[in-house]
Design a protein around this ligand. Structure first.
Ligand SMILES: N=CN[C@@H](CCC(=O)O)C(=O)O
Ligand SMILES: [Mn+2]
Ligand SMILES: [Mn+2]
Length: 325
């Protein structure tokens, strides 16, 4: 695979102390495609999607290509929350060569399927939100067509734009919906944090056409926890496995300035953590990613730290690691 870059250990640095292990000390850098001597054990596998070709095609601000390495560098100095019996791997990055987004997504799908096959829970780090098309296809490759996959997207945007003028960061869920339709498979998609001022009418119509469940940004807060829990419950109950994708541009830019399309009135971290916890508790979560982090527009590393804290939360809470749904 030409656009696979094995992990670089210099991304993992930080302080050391006698009474605390840090993530940079816990992480094992492993080449995902040539590890004959290394027997992988159950744990988490981080894979970077170093690609902003989809953002560029969608007329966004480029820079997300540098997202994966920056998040790894910010995650490394955090304390290790995992027991010795749970592994944590850095499986390197998939990058985009010759502006070929489609091949990049295919190679990500192959990588995600391999990580799941190796008994690890994938944590994808983007890159543009086109990561979702490759990621979903990797899960599908692993699970086959007999298990239904529910997608929960924390995002200001539906990303249901038509891909008739080539796939981009705004089209991944439309592409998935189209594939599901062609294969007569259910399309289960829940969006949390949709902004009325950031999605054109056509996207609300497309969402309706594909029976997309969604919660508006204005309703995605702690005051509405009961209604949010009900919507999450009924969505979780109707699927076998859940893929969570977190677009950092759904957060208020007070928390996440480092994105291509910022949301000054976006959601807050508390409701995301509560929702995530509920999804994890269902024991159906099979895979997760974070998208759209753009270090070029970050302030004082805030967005990188938010992304790292979200990953840290998943490492702490997701003890079940139910890969064989
Ligand atoms: N990945 C998503 N992109 C948004 C971008 C919106 C914007 O550029 O303001 C979308 O296509 O809807
Ligand atoms: Mn978005
Ligand atoms: Mn998005």
């Amino acid at each position: 695979m030409k656009n696979y870059a094995p992990p670089i250990s210099k991304n993992w640095k930080g302080r050391t102390s006698e009474d605390q292990q840090y993530i940079h000390e816990k992480i094992e850098c492993v080449n995902l495609f040539s590890n004959p001597k290394k027997i992988l054990s159950k744990g988490f596998g981080i894979i970077g999607y170093a690609c902003d070709e989809g953002v560029k095609r969608n007329k966004g601000r480029v820079g997300a290509i540098h997202g994966p390495d920056r998040i790894k560098q910010t995650l490394g100095p955090m304390p290790n929350p995992l027991a010795n019996s749970t592994s944590l791997y850095d499986f390197g990055n998939i990058s985009c060569l010759d502006n070929n987004l489609e091949i990049t997504q295919e190679n990500l799908a192959t990588s995600i399927a391999k990580i799941l096959h190796d008994n690890c829970f994938p944590i994808g780090i983007g890159g543009g939100h086109d990561i979702a098309y490759g990621h979903y296809n990797g899960i599908k490759k692993h699970l086959g067509n007999n298990k239904s996959i529910g997608i929960i997207n924390f995002d200001a945007h539906f990303d249901l734009r038509s891909d008739e003028n080539r796939p981009n960061s705004g089209t991944p869920f439309y592409q998935i919906a189209k594939d599901c339709l062609a294969e007569n498979l259910p399309f289960n998609y829940l969006c949390l944090g949709i902004r009325e001022d950031a999605n054109p009418k056509i996207l609300f119509e497309t969402a309706k056409e594909f029976n997309v469940d969604f919660i508006y940004n204005n309703d995605f807060n702690l005051q509405n926890i009961e209604a949010i829990n009900n919507i999450l419950d009924s969505f979780i109950n109707k699927v076998d496995a859940i893929y969570v994708t977190i677009d950092l541009d759904g957060f208020s830019s007070a928390y996440a300035p480092g994105v291509s399309a910022a949301s000054p009135m976006g959601f807050a971290p508390d409701i995301v953590l509560i929702s995530l916890h509920k999804i994890i508790a269902s024991k159906k979560l099979i895979s997760l990613d974070l998208a759209e982090f753009n270090p070029k527009y970050d302030r004082d590393n805030q967005t990188a730290k938010l992304a790292s804290s979200l990953i840290h939360f998943v490492l702490r809470k997701h003890k079940h690691l139910n890969i064989n749904i």
